[in-house]
Design a protein around this ligand. Structure first.
Ligand code: KG4
Ligand code: ZN
Length: 359
């Protein structure tokens, strides 16, 4: 049994074919980085336009690479939310029209559930399945959430960010310092060259739910650190580099990153990782989790991976492979299989929901 997944919630147009053994037969992702990079973030109007341009060829390529035609599919799954409404509409409407013309049933998938299923699918395929109850930490540009995941895929929200998402904090700090968008991958590559204890950022104590996150204080602390120093010139040098070359190498970035800035980046990344993993470990303890899932774009972060697989989390930790960490459609198809089993199909009147929640 195979499902075609379609994802267009933010700035990637993606399609993939996955089978019920968790084998990814094809996964095509058209990134819009070149479009949004120069604006330092995703521009919603441009995103929808780019999705419109890409959706037909991306879906066609995913089907071709998998050697499939529409009638070979058990279902067509599309992201219904959360995300940018104009972006979601493109993928969902195209999925509806494919379902209408082919008679293949439509399944609506929550983007966050997709991130969690990327890991569940890969762990099963590797022969080391995630054990339940599991604690899922979903960390991306749009979300920073902790969920309890029980057998049968029942979800309970344990904590979430009260302000910025972790990926958003990476992106804003990188933009402030002249590293462009997205910020996570650049900071990840530069952080190992600095001292993570050089700038003592304080850990946010939360009133109310101690499993909630907050990144705005950290972002403001970085801003103050920058304002207290004369950094205009080095920031201008980096912006100039970015204008010449939209994707500088790690070596090129290092050459325009003085030691104090390397320390700042390392300390910032260390603070984000601490914030994420202290609350993940507390959540895992609270629900007595048998495993921990970390997923979403920020799950690519090598410092986060090393810390989670080291002493910070005292349970088996599962990360997706990098291609399944950032937005993709294989995770959407993966999340659709349990719904196919339960006969949870969507009508053609289903609407995109920009603020859809999982629990
Ligand atoms: O899951 P994703 O592709 O899209 C959303 O659903 O938001 O995540 C994108 C986010 C961006 O904020 C990006 O800066 C962050 O993931 N990211 C990283 C890394 N790679 C991507 N953050 C930290 N370290 C990385 N290596
Ligand atoms: Zn995502």
């Amino acid at each position: 049994m195979r499902i075609l997944g379609i994802e267009s919630s933010c700035d990637e147009t993606a399609a993939a074919v996955v089978d019920d053994a968790g084998c990814v037969l094809s996964s095509v992702v058209a990134s819009q980085l070149a479009t949004h990079g120069k604006y330092g973030g995703v521009v919603p109007e441009l995103a929808s336009r780019e999705h419109l341009r890409a959706i037909v060829p991306v879906v066609r390529e995913a089907l071709q690479r998998a050697g499939m035609e529409l009638p070979d599919l058990a279902a067509i799954a599309a992201t219904v939310g959360p995300g940018l409404v104009g972006s979601l509409l493109v993928g969902l409407t195209y999925a509806k029209s494919l379902s209408f013309v082919s008679g293949v049933p439509l399944i609506a998938v929550n983007h966050i559930e997709g991130h969690i299923h990327a890991v569940i699918m890969e762990s099963r395929r590797a022969g080391t399945p995630v054990e339940f109850p599991a604690l899922a930490l979903v960390v991306s540009g749009g979300h920073t959430h902790l969920f309890e995941v029980r057998e049968g895929f029942a979800y309970r929200l344990l904590g979430k960010t009260r302000d910025d998402a972790a990926g958003e904090a990476f992106d804003k700090v990188a933009k402030l310092l002249g590293y462009g968008y997205p910020g996570g991958p650049v900071i990840d590559r530069l952080a190992p060259y600095g001292n993570p204890r050089a700038v003592p950022f304080t850990f946010a104590r939360m009133k109310g739910n101690a499993l909630d996150f907050s990144f705005s204080g950290l972002k403001t602390a970085v801003l103050r650190w920058v304002q207290a120093r004369d950094m205009a010139e080095e920031i201008a040098v980096r912006r100039a580099l970015l204008r010449e070359n939209p994707a500088p190498s790690a070596g090129q970035w290092l050459a325009v990153t003085p030691p104090a800035t390397r320390d700042l980046l390392a300390s910032f990344q260390h603070a984000v990782i601490t914030e994420l993993l202290v609350r993940a470990q507390a959540s895992a303890d609270r629900i007595d989790a048998r495993s921990v899932i970390v997923s979403g774009g920020v799950a690519c972060n090598s410092g986060l991976r090393a810390a989670a697989q080291g002493a910070a989390i005292t349970r088996p930790v599962y990360f997706p492979t990098p291609g399944l960490s950032t937005d993709n459609a294989a995770m959407i198809a993966a999340a659709a299989f349990p719904k196919l089993e339960r006969g949870e199909f969507a009508g053609l009147d289903i609407k995109a929901d920009a603020s859809l929640t999982l629990a």
